[in-house]
Design a protein around this ligand. Structure first.
Ligand SMILES: [Zn+2]
Length: 165
């Protein structure tokens, strides 16, 4: 997979929790490690001073208000303190799957249902997703949006299957 996608050229991406001993201070669910540079770019201006130079964890629980936290620093940032809606959190609007090109889940599903897209490559061609990808500073996970796009394609294909039955 190429398409100028910044992260796919690097190591395999994983959305799973990397360290189960680092639980969200509010919901106690495991978080996913996120680089400091990502947090600095996505926290709203007035809170940047609190970020410091450490890496953070991202709470993956859709129902939890907390986005980034660092237990050692005792710092956390909730949804309202982040510049962009975090797509997997409840009520995220719009629900971006590709933050670099601002492509939403809805647009990907529409490309599958209306235009017959079925691969990430189709989506890239139809929506412009993953062009000029800078996922490390644009995506709340700091990782490639590729898995999120694939998940949205699956949702679109499920719609297609339902309507053909
Ligand atoms: Zn949480």
């Amino acid at each position: 997979m190429s398409n100028g996608c910044c992260c796919c050229r690097e190591k395999k991406v994983s959305l799973g929790p990397e360290d189960s001993s680092t639980l969200c201070p509010v919901c106690r669910k495991p978080g996913v490690k996120v680089k400091n540079i990502t947090v600095k770019h996505l926290v709203a201006d007035e809170f940047i001073d609190q970020v410091g130079n450490a890496d953070y964890y991202l709470c993956m629980n859709e129902g939890c208000e907390v986005v980034y936290y660092n237990l050692k620093l005792a710092v956390k940032f909730d949804k309202k303190q982040i510049r962009v809606p975090v797509w997997f959190k409840k009520d995220a609007d719009p629900k971006y799957v590709c933050y670099c090109s601002r492509v939403t889940e809805e647009e990907v599903i529409a490309a599958v249902v209306k235009n017959g897209a079925s691969t990430v490559e189709d989506i890239v061609n139809l929506t412009g997703a993953m062009k000029n990808a800078r996922c490390q500073v644009n995506n709340p996970l700091g990782k490639c949006c590729h898995p999120a796009i694939r998940a949205a394609i699956e949702k679109g294909l499920a719609v297609n299957n339902q309507s053909s039955v």
